[in-house]
Design a protein around this ligand. Structure first.
Ligand SMILES: Nc1ncnc2c1ncn2[C@@H]1O[C@H](COP(=O)(O)OP(=O)(O)OP(=O)(O)O)[C@@H](O)[C@H]1O
Ligand SMILES: [Mg+2]
Length: 85
């Protein structure tokens, strides 16, 4: 896996509510098995705050799309938990 993606929060409403819209705890996502196994996410913790803009940044292949799919409930995780709302 290349450098892990990072998230940066910017608030259009400073001081406003900061409840999580989605959270991940110790989320691991692996594609394939055995020699072809790829660990796309490796124990990721992140909170996406409600009412704020959040950018997920990282090099190609670092797992940005995989993280979005898992956070949105569009794909399963291998280990860990996702909360929505
Ligand atoms: N369906 C899949 N099957 C096997 N490996 C996959 C699959 N989807 C993603 N991967 C692998 O998981 C890793 C993370 O991929 P991902 O697409 O999440 O990265 P990304 O940060 O969104 O990259 P990009 O900036 O190119 O969109 C990469 O090594 C990729 O090859
Ligand atoms: Mg992508």
């Amino acid at each position: 896996m290349t450098t892990a993606p990072t998230s940066v929060h910017a608030s259009p409403n400073p001081g406003g509510p900061v409840a999580s819209a989605a959270s991940a705890r110790q989320v691991t996502k692996a594609y394939g098995t055995g020699e072809t196994r790829v660990t796309a996410l490796d124990a990721v913790d992140v909170d996406i705050q409600r009412g704020r803009f959040t950018a997920i940044m990282g090099p190609s292949g670092s797992g940005k799309s995989t993280l979005m799919h898992c956070l949105a409930g569009l794909d399963t995780v291998t280990e860990g938990r996702i909360w929505i709302g």
